[in-house]
Structures are given as structure tokens and as C-alpha cells.
Design a protein around this ligand. Structure first.
Ligand code: ATP
Length: 311
């Protein structure tokens, strides 16, 4: 692994965090570069929130280290609060507080806050600035929570599950907004369990599963890594006498049957090897497809199981 450079804004090394007997984060290492949208993707309970809470100094690691701009978030709480803006899953406000009041209140906590009026405009909230929190739509509440994460004028914004519960249009609008925020120079760490979101929005993605990073690359790089694996699917005119007919072929890695459809993965030779073997048994595959690799496949390959959170 290359040495970290001074440009690495967030450096997490061998992070570990347990809650009693539960190992929330087993061993997570990652670096976030300035100016990128860095995705942390994984199924429910993978350890994503605990990882970002540790980056924000809200959790004390049991092992490993976290540095943000060279500072330890736990011991340098004051500086870190100004450096990192957090929009966490559970950020709920009192029902009656108005959007503008909430922003002004949060702004008062920081030494060099953004102008609340400007932020309201940037996030399309000017019209509802005097609307009580409870009366805001889901998308407006979400945008307000992003505004609250940005009001301290942070270098890094942590956005956790920011589009959960939004309709597809509001989700896409939020993605656009996140890109705009990045373009203003704020580095973004985006926690998500939506593969599509990570693929469209992130410059690099860490896939976390079971408290460990199972892959870290650009979306295209993750798909490329899985592409060396070929996948074919087909039906057969008659059942296979023996399951090991296909699994014993050296070119074959996995065989799954979905209803009556076989899905076989393997190396570059898998197609020829399977068709030849079936022909030797007098079986001609029906409706044979070679399938394109997706981020879903990359996850399946890297984590060795289906991605539960994928939409
Ligand atoms: N405060 C806590 N006390 C006890 N266990 C916790 C606590 N917070 C998280 N956990 C457990 O740690 C594990 C990782 O949780 P975490 O919230 O970090 O995962 P996640 O990937 O963010 O999941 P989700 O997508 O569901 O939010 C889970 O098993 C969770 O139940």
C-alpha cells in the first residue's frame, strides 16, 4: 500500500470499534483526498455509521487511528468541530423550529460560520425559511440537514444516508446538490446503502462489509476488477444428472440456479468450457446470455455475497 501523502485529508488506519460483544468496526483503513466525493457503501449493520462517527470524533475507537488534516478527532474536538460538518441519520430538530432559526442557531456555535441567508438560497430553502421544521417536506428536511452540516464552513462534510426515504426525483436533485457542494471545495464523505447512488455520485468508493473494507476504488475500477470474471446464464432442455458436472470444470468459479436458469461465473474460458461440456452430454443450452458486469457483481465478487441494501 502506498504511503499516505500530505494531501490525504482523512486517514483511517486499522480502525476498530466494539459495543460490548458486537464488533461494529473490525478493521477499517481508508484515506480521503481533498475535493473528492468519497462513498462508504455497504449493507445494513456493516459499520458505516460507526466509521464516520469515529472520523467526526463522536466515537472513541478501541483500536487503530483516525487523522483529519493531521489532527486526532478525539483529542482535538474543538478544531475538528470546525473542520467537519456532520449530517447524521438521526439529525432531528424540534418540530416548531423554523428553517432559518435552526441555521442561525447552529451558525452561532462556530467561529467562522457561513451566512445562513446565502446557504438557504444555495439549498433552495429561501421560500420555506419561516416554515416550521415539522411542516417541511422530506426533501426540504433533508436539504436543511445538509445546510446544517455546512453552516460551520467545514472542509469535510459527512452525509449519512441522505437520500433514504426520498422519491427518485428528489434523490437525483440531492445528488446534483452534493456535486455543487463539492464544487465549492468541500470534501464529501457520503454514507449510503444505495449502490446506484454510490455509482453516480462518488469519485471513489470503499465497500464495507462485516466491519471491514472489502474493496476501495473508483466505481469504474470496481466494475473492472469484477470484469475479469465472466458470467453466463442459460436454461437446459433436461436436468443435469449431477451438479458437479459444471462446478468441477477448472474455468468455472460459481454455479447458481435461479428458478430453471443457470448462472455460471468463471474466467475467460467459462463460456467455451461450459458449452463444450454440455454438448458432450447431449445438452444444448437454451437462451444463453453472457452478462455485463455491474457494481452489484463487483460487490458479489468482493464480499462473496449478495448486496442486501441494493435497490
Ligand atoms: N451505540 C451502539 N450500541 C450497540 N451497538 C451498536 C451501536 N451502534 C451500532 N451498533 C451495532 O454495530 C453494528 C454496526 O452498526 P453501524 O450503524 O455502524 O452500521 P451501518 O453500516 O451504518 O448500518 P446502517 O446502514 O443500518 O445504518 C451493528 O450491528 C449495530 O447494531
Amino acid at each position: 500500500m502506498p504511503e499516505n501523502t500530505l494531501d490525504d485529508l482523512v486517514v483511517v488506519k486499522n480502525l476498530r470499534k466494539t459495543y460490548g460483544a458486537t464488533v461494529a468496526v473490525d478493521d477499517v483503513s481508508l484515506t480521503v483526498h481533498p475535493g473528492e466525493i468519497f462513498g462508504i457503501l455497504g449493507p445494513n449493520g456493516a459499520g458505516k455509521t460507526t466509521t464516520v462517527e469515529s472520523i467526526a470524533g463522536l466515537r472513541t475507537p478501541d483500536g487503530g487511528s483516525v487523522r483529519v488534516a493531521g489532527l486526532d478527532p478525539h483529542t482535538s474536538r474543538g478544531e475538528i468541530t470546525s473542520l467537519i460538518g456532520v449530517q447524521l441519520q438521526s439529525s432531528e430538530l424540534p418540530d416548531k423550529i423554523k428553517a432559518r432559526e435552526a441555521l442561525e442557531l447552529y451558525a452561532s456555535f462556530y467561529p467562522a460560520p457561513r451566512d445562513p441567508e446565502e446557504l438557504l438560497a444555495e439549498l433552495g430553502l429561501t421560500k420555506v425559511q419561516n416554515t416550521a421544521f415539522a411542516k417541511l417536506s422530506g426533501g426540504q428536511k433533508q436539504r436543511l440537514s445538509i445546510a446544517l452540516a455546512l453552516v460551520g464552513n467545514p472542509k469535510v462534510a459527512i452525509l449519512d444516508e441522505l437520500t433514504t426515504g426520498l422519491d427518485p426525483q428528489a434523490r437525483r436533485d440531492t445528488w446534483e446538490l452534493v456535486r455543487k457542494i463539492r464544487d465549492t471545495g468541500v470534501t464529501i464523505i457520503l454514507v449510503t446503502h444505495f449502490m446506484e447512488e454510490a455509482e453516480h455520485l462518488c469519485d471513489r468508493i470503499a465497500i464495507i462489509d462485516g466491519g471491514r473494507v472489502v474493496a476501495l476504488d473508483t466505481p469504474a475500477g470496481l466494475v473492472e476488477a469484477a470484469r475479469s470474471e465472466q458470467r453466463i446464464s442459460f436454461r437446459l432442455p433436461a436436468p443435469l444428472a449431477d451438479d458437479t458436472v459444471l462446478t468441477s470444470l477448472p474455468a468455472v468459479k460459481t454455479v447458481a440456479v435461479d428458478h430453471d436458469r443457470f448462472v455460471v461465473t468463471g474466467n475467460d474460458d467459462v463460456l467455451v468450457a461450459v458449452v463444450t461440456e454440455l454438448a458432450a452430454r447431449g445438452l444444448a443450452p437454451i437462451d444463453l446470455h453472457t452478462e455485463q458486469t455491474t457494481l452489484d457483481d463487483a460487490f458479489l465478487l468482493l464480499a462473496g455475497k449478495n448486496f442486501e441494501g441494493a435497490n
